[in-house]
Design a protein. Sequence first.
Length: 272
Amino acid sequence: MSGFEAALLGDDQALYTSLASLTASPGSPLASDHGLTEVSTMLIGSETAARYILGHRDHLGDAPVFWTREQRGEEAATWLFFRHKYRYLERMAPRRPGGTSGRGFCVPETAVASSPAYERVLMFLAIALMESFGIRTWVTDDGGFAHTDGFALSHGRRAVIASWVRTEGASHLAVTARPGALRTFAEVTGHVSHHSATAAEKAGQRLAATAEYLNLDASWLGRRCAQLSAVGTERLARPRSRLLGLEGLEAACRFVAEQLVIIPRTRTAPTR
């Protein structure tokens, strides 16, 4: 949070100008001022993609499926700390509980092996945040999907392409209803959902499997998230930037605490 905030506050005036003139349209640059920090460019790219998808929300039906390009903790942390991301999830949440809406991630084993524990924790919490909104998550280790554009897909209707992660300075935005394109996107999500490394029927089971895949201790995650949920996170980080918030982090921690319930061991009475 402090790293994000230092970058955004340093760019405050230029960033405000860029966001005020932001156009969520195909081919739009990620930043009008190339002197912005990488974090500011990330925020502009993320907000551009979010606005573009929200602009087509009514055409995506009740249970769209999503594909996202985040592979590492710094990228995934945007879901936890960028305020517009939480509002986006609120508006894009499935309209009916227990539906078929899902989100796919490509996190190759090489990305897991080369990421320190704190980055893997951030990745885990971002996935938990999706699950907290009723969005089933799928994780594939197949690096062949690493360069697939981010998209939101309504089966048989249309797909909204919106990529900003690792797009080399330009957002990838488009809407398509071409049968061939829809079939390709459906094959991506279909393959990943059927071969997910974290496949399970219940959210808690998927989170436990995600922790295992990311080489994290699910018991520790459950305990730590329960502790943070009990006391809140503002003691650790109180953002000053209007663009940052703790809603995503707190929602993720609450959900993990609920789902990864730690059952205390029963102590047996000593024999005499």
